[in-house]
Design a protein around this ligand. Structure first.
Ligand code: ZN
Length: 247
């Protein structure tokens, strides 16, 4: 199916969209340091790419532009990271959704690729649903925290998806190889464990001390084929959840 992109339509074409069947897809990412191989746009490009693939296969899908900024306080000690405060980000999400809801749209799928955006997006959805009877699906946790997905990552790399590590880098290599720095750019590895809640760094400076190179693991070990396998799994999972929810 060709992708319908909202930004390419005129207002008359938007007005003519079927309110019962249209599913508006909002990709959300961030502009954030991603270690030694990945550019700042990694999460935005990943969210956009996955949303495009989903839009191609999901009937009624209309794709919104990817939101390129997110909440990224944890990595704000590195230059290049842009961080929107949580409550402002939440309000931005509410305003985007409401702009369509007031024109009768009722079905939304958020394709979020940046973990820290999750909470404010959930809060935005909660606020919107106090006022409107609409369906908004934000299944990032049901995809990326899915035990099956984690098992797949373990089987391919012996570890989970973490910021800038070989798992995330493999996904990026499969999406936009031209944006990825060569494996030789990696001068050292980051920790392989993700800190438990009680060990979580409290400030951006502490985060920089924990992962000085900006990434977990070893992004030099990224594998194209593994990235393609993960991407296919992710897309199918989003599609399955969306098809179930928006029946
Ligand atoms: Zn990322």
């Amino acid at each position: 199916m060709p992708i319908t992109r909202i930004g390419w339509l005129t207002w008359k074409e938007v007005e003519a969209l079927n309110r019962e069947t249209t599913i508006l897809i909002l990709p959300t990412g961030c502009t954030e340091q991603h270690g030694q191989r990945l550019p700042l746009c990694t999460d935005t490009r990943s969210a956009e790419f996955l949303a495009e693939r989903i839009a191609k296969k999901l009937s009624g899908a209309v794709l919104l532009p990817a939101l390129p900024f997110g909440t990224a306080q944890d990595t704000s000690a590195w230059p290049g990271t842009v961080s929107i405060r949580n409550y402002i980000y939440q309000e931005v999400i509410e305003d985007i959704l409401e702009s369509f809801i007031i024109h009768g749209f009722t079905k939304f799928l958020v394709v979020n690729f940046h973990g820290p955006n999750h909470q404010p997006i959930e809060k935005a959805i909660e606020m919107i649903q106090l006022d409107y009877d609409v369906q908004i699906l934000n299944p990032d946790k049901d995809v990326f925290m899915n035990p099956e997905f984690m098992k797949l990552c373990e089987s391919l790399f012996g570890k989970k998806l973490a910021h800038g590590n070989e798992v995330e880098t493999s996904i990026s290599v499969a999406i936009e190889p031209d944006l990825i720095r060569p494996a030789e750019a990696v001068t050292g590895t980051g920790p392989d464990y993700f800190p438990l809640k009680e060990e979580m760094p409290a400030t951006p400076t502490e985060w920089r001390r924990l992962i000085p190179l900006g990434h977990f693991g070893n992004p030099a070990k990224a594998k194209l084929k593994a990235g393609q396998i993960l991407i296919n799994w992710i897309i199918n999972q989003f599609l399955e959840l969306a098809r179930t929810e928006f029946k």
